[in-house]
Design a binder for this molecule. Structure first.
Ligand code: F6P
Length: 346
């Protein structure tokens, strides 16, 4: 069997561990299997850039961050610089005699995978994203690594916040889903956690931070990049304007500094950015990536095409790509972690 593997969208700790597990599992099951790595996601499929993946070459990849195949987060063959280049992608598959494709990607890449699957391409997906927002999947690899970075950053910010009696605002990734800010904020002891799913009130936030500074001498805010303000549309526009220049964390810091500065409390901003995506995966993510890779190889061997692997109740299951395409898993109202945050941040 000849299998193509690609990594699409933003990179994420654990991608190499999946590439490793898929390749090892396929080649161990049948030594005649040939695995071809497609460079830079769907870009390499259109541009015909492939490289062989051999067990000896992937064995050492378990703890390596990023992706050895490279990736591209603006490469949709169905919308290729304004035209449809899907036929070119399919021609690459045909030319190399690829019988099935493993697409390791987030909601965007899995949606593209679903479109190819509908055209008859045998595909198995593997969910990837630090944002943990893929539909029907309880945990994506990379998320645990990102949460560890956020928790570490908050722990470090706490000591300097306390020394200066300051409020520290930490902005995390998470445009539509606030999982990273929620779990990272809980793990790092944030006093306020602001998510896209729960628009916040500036007055209430200011009052809570004032109280925290009075009680403990400092306060920590963990804000997801997609967080929004509940009240004051006009004011939000103003904040949004600043946000475009420096991010919501910067804008919020500016606003809080104006408000809390009157009582002598300074506010500082930290933008964690791509530090959350770089570096080696945590032990949890190495294991999850390995499980996903082995499960994807198993699905290929059983010809369960048109599915993506997902974690449900600590079991790797297969979910139709069509069920996942175009959907995102945000933090639902009433989630247990929101209850925890409500208690510890009150
Ligand atoms: O992987 C998703 C994500 O991490 C988002 O949280 C973030 O907004 C985005 O990637 C940023 O990616 P890039 O800078 O590569 O466009």
């Amino acid at each position: 069997m000849k299998v193509g593997v690609l990594t699409g969208g933003g990179d994420c700790p654990g991608l190499n561990a999946v590439i490793r597990a898929v390749t090892l599992a396929l080649c161990q099951a049948d030594a005649r299997t040939e695995v071809l790595g497609i460079q830079r996601g769907f870009w390499g499929l259109v541009e015909d850039r492939l490289q062989p993946l051999r067990p000896t070459a992937v064995r050492d990849l378990l703890d390596e961050g990023g992706t050895v195949l490279g990736t591209h987060n603006r490469a949709d063959p169905f919308d290729w610089q304004g035209r449809d280049a899907s036929a070119e992608a399919l021609a690459t598959v045909e030319r190399h005699g690829i019988e099935a494709l493993v697409v390791i990607g987030g909601d965007g890449s899995l949606t593209i995978a679903d479109r190819f699957a509908r055209l008859g391409l045998p595909i198995v997906g593997v969910p990837k994203t630090i944002d943990n927002d893929i539909a029907d999947n309880e945990r994506s690899f990379g998320f645990d690594s990102a949460v560890a970075v956020v928790a570490d950053a908050l722990t470090r910010l706490k000591t300097t916040a306390h020394s200066h009696g300051r409020v520290m605002v930490l902005e995390t990734m998470g445009r539509n889903a606030g999982w990273i800010a929620l779990e990272g904020g809980l793990a790092g002891g944030a006093d306020a956690i602001l998510l896209p799913e729960q628009p916040f009130h500036l007055d209430a936030l200011t009052e809570r931070l004032q109280r925290r500074v009075a009680e403990q001498g400092h306060a920590l805010v963990c804000v997801a990049e997609g967080a929004t303000l509940a009240d004051g549309a006009q004011h939000w526009q103003q904040l949004g304007g600043v946000a475009r220049l420096g991010g919501i964390g910067q804008a919020l810091t500016h606003e809080l500094d104006q408000r809390l500065g009157k009582q002598g409390t300074e506010v500082r901003a930290t933008l964690l950015g791509h530090l959350q995506r770089g570096g080696a995966p945590t032990a949890f993510d190495r294991v999850l990536s390995t499980r996903f890779g082995v499960a994807a190889a198993q699905a290929l061997r059983e010809r369960a095409f048109g599915h993506t692997i997902a974690l449900q109740g600590d079991r790797c299951v297969r979910v139709p790509l069509s069920a996942v395409a175009g959907r995102q898993r945000c933090v639902p109202p009433g989630h247990e972690l929101l209850d925890c945050a409500a208690v510890v941040c009150a």
